[in-house]
Design a protein around this ligand. Structure first.
Ligand code: C2E
Ligand code: MG
Ligand code: MG
Ligand code: MG
Length: 277
């Protein structure tokens, strides 16, 4: 067993939220088992429209119900999935669960949209438009209900090729969001070249804007930039009312964060939004 772990260059030892101090080992093999045995599930975090003052969509966030470790969070296993080549299988799994949920909400006359996180690696390593088209047909859910959030955890291959795929997704009716804007590999040239609809300001700026003048300046500037580019602006990581008010003044369109709601399972959402929409 140990040898196999040592051979697996993508294996990573991580600390887990649920086991502070206890290291857990995530390998390609255990992640493969998780995918095969359906141990991954989605939680949904509400996004509120400031204009409508109501919940209009949810971001789907993947979790792993691990037989030994309990709930494992994506920051721990997405990097392993990306490095071991399992990310496109994981993404497919996430997409079909999200479509299934959209179909269920449609049936219950809840007109919520869903945002799905897509790894930069997926654009070139799988037929994303093809897979989405299969799900649309299977679940009878239109592309317009889906926002694809592009999290740029790694710079990938051919930019021209990625752009071509993003353009195809737009033509099919999907909307595209730049996640974690202001951090990592997200850059202004990407905003210029790619057909995005939405800019999502990273929570490290949003959650500190009331106490940090620089963070405030960054959020204001990002919101103004998005407006000038004709993009919808989402602020993630709003943890209190004063922050939400500040974001309203900056003309953010949507807010997401613990103040609006934490990521929840479907039962909790039913409970919370029984009379909504
Ligand atoms: P993200 O897409 O930026 O997702 C937002 C993260 O911020 C979530 O963490 C959420 O729980 C957390 N968050 C939301 N509001 C607040 C707040 O007010 N305060 C604080 N402190 N945190 C808040 P989570 O669920 O652990 O996800 C972490 C990251 O994992 C995501 O960041 C995304 O990059 C990635 N991820 C999640 N699900 C998927 C997936 O299905 N596929 C891929 N490829 N990546 C995923
Ligand atoms: Mg996201
Ligand atoms: Mg984000
Ligand atoms: Mg993030």
């Amino acid at each position: 067993k140990l040898k196999r772990v040592l051979d697996d260059s993508s294996a990573q030892v991580k600390s887990n939220h649920n086991h502070p101090g206890n290291e857990i080992l995530i390998t390609q093999e255990t992640l493969k088992t998780a995918l095969c045995e359906g141990q991954l599930y989605l939680e949904y975090q509400p996004q509120m429209s400031l204009k409508k003052q109501q919940i209009v969509s949810f971001e789907a966030l993947v979790r792993w119900q691990h037989p030994e470790y309990g709930t494992v969070y994506p920051d721990v296993f997405i990097p392993v999935a990306e490095e071991s080549g399992l990310i496109s299988d994981l993404t497919k799994n996430v997409i079909s669960m999200a479509f299934q949920q959209l179909a269920q909400w449609q049936e219950q006359k809840q007109y919520w949209h869903v945002a799905i996180n897509i790894s930069a690696k997926d654009l070139l390593s799988m037929d994303l438009p093809g897979y989405l088209a299969e799900c649309e047909a299977q679940y009878q859910v239109p592309a317009q209900k889906v926002m694809l959030e592009l999290t740029e955890t790694a710079a990938t291959g051919s930019l021209a090729e990625s752009l071509e795929i993003l353009n195809r997704l737009r033509l099919r009716g999907y909307r595209l969001s730049v996640d974690d804007f202001g951090t990592g590999y997200s850059s202004l040239s990407k905003l210029h070249d790619a057909p995005f609809n939405e800019l999502k300001i990273d929570r490290r700026f949003v959650s500190s804007l009331l106490h940090d003048e620089k963070a405030m300046a960054i959020v204001k500037t990002c919101a103004a930039l998005a407006k000038m580019l004709g993009l919808q602006v989402v602020a993630e990581g709003a943890e209190d009312l004063a922050t939400v008010k500040a974001l309203e003044e900056m003309h953010c369109d949507l807010v997401q964060g613990y103040y609006i709601g934490k990521p929840m399972n479907i039962e909790q959402i039913k409970e919370c939004y029984r009379d909504a929409s």
